[in-house]
Design a binder for this molecule. Structure first.
Ligand code: NAP
Length: 284
């Protein structure tokens, strides 16, 4: 089995983006990512610090706005409107999850699509739905999957792809992005009957559920490419994905590790989107 090393590939992406930022700086464009964080959820704080570190590496400017957990939908929308209007800002990211009293669809809808570097607005998801040609700012984790497959020269076209999980931020857009690249895609979820009968057919199996050990070796085809997107914390505080890594690794041709797989790729793609947004806001 060959490891699909997200940490290594993301470093390469960040390195090349560093050069792009330097070229933009010469044209007096200073790519800037703004982040809205509500509360101090440990996972959110950890994800944000990884994103901030990547900004430091690439030279993208970072500005963070912190709110208490009693914040309202209206307060967040007001802030987003200010950031939409601010010409020095190229990317706006609202770290999810948000507290129960905040209506997430309204918050996401408030983000100017050209600055929607997470790719969550209906505009960007709609563009993605139309075809690869129209993909504008695609959601970062699905984009990370495409990028890691491209890096290892793993063809998508004509492949039997199974995506487990159909969330709006990972499973669903990933299925569409792989379909756009001419894979035959099956999307499975909690209502899927006999999950193994689907996963066993997959040349490329992508799992984004959040259940450790969901995918055993018996559920994977010999020689498959397995992309483990899940992030779970064990009782011992260890990070694991959704697949039985040891056993699946003996059967698959390629596997992404957790940690060190899709996490760093997601962050690298956020940086890629921020630079893309900065270029488009300035040159188009
Ligand atoms: P989510 O919104 O909770 O979605 C989970 C999906 O899994 C849902 O579509 C759910 O179906 C499905 N599901 C639940 N139990 C299942 C089962 N037994 N068999 C098949 N499908 C099942 O989560 P998410 O935001 O997509 O994230 C999924 C995982 O990826 C989480 O562990 C998250 O931490 C991780 N993640 C990682 C990154 C990264 O950067 N590496 C980024 C984002 C997310 P129903 O909706 O029908 O219940």
């Amino acid at each position: 089995m060959q490891l699909l090393d997200g940490r290594k590939v993301s470093k390469e992406i960040l390195h090349s983006l560093q050069k792009e930022v330097a070229a933009l700086e010469k044209k007096h464009i200073h790519p800037k990512l703004t982040v809205i964080l509500v509360g101090k959820d440990a996972s959110s704080v950890s994800y944000i610090s990884q994103k901030q570190k990547a900004c430091l590496t690439t030279g993208i400017q970072w500005e963070q706005f912190d709110y208490e957990t009693d914040v309202t939908t209206e307060i967040l929308i007001e802030k987003i409107k200010d950031l939409n209007a601010d010409e020095t800002v190229h990317g706006i990211l609202v770290q999810l999850p948000l507290p129960k009293q905040v209506y997430v669809p309204d918050v996401i809808r408030a983000i100017e699509p050209k600055k929607d570097v997470d790719g969550f607005t209906a505009y960007n998801l709609g563009k993605m739905f139309l075809s690869t040609e129209f993909e504008y700012l695609a959601p970062c984790t699905p984009l990370g999957v495409v990028r890691i497959l491209e890096h290892y020269k793993i063809a998508i076209e004509g492949k039997e792809v199974v995506v487990v999980g159909h969330s709006n931020i990972v499973g669903k857009p990933l299925s569409v992005m792989l379909l756009n690249r001419n894979a035959t895609v099956t999307t499975c979820h909690v209502y899927t009957k006999d999950l193994a009968s689907h996963t066993r057919r997959a040349d490329i199996l992508c799992v984004a559920v959040g259940k450790p050990g969901l995918i055993s070796a018996e559920m994977v085809k010999e020689g498959a490419v397995v992309i483990d997107i899940g992030i779970n914390k064990t009782n011992e505080g260890k990070l694991v994905g959704d697949i039985d890594f040891e056993a699946v690794g003996k059967k698959a041709a390629y596997v992404t590790p957790v940690p060190g797989g899709m996490g760093p790729m997601t962050v690298a793609c956020l940086m890629e989107n921020t630079i893309k947004a900065a270029k488009r806001l300035n040159f188009q």
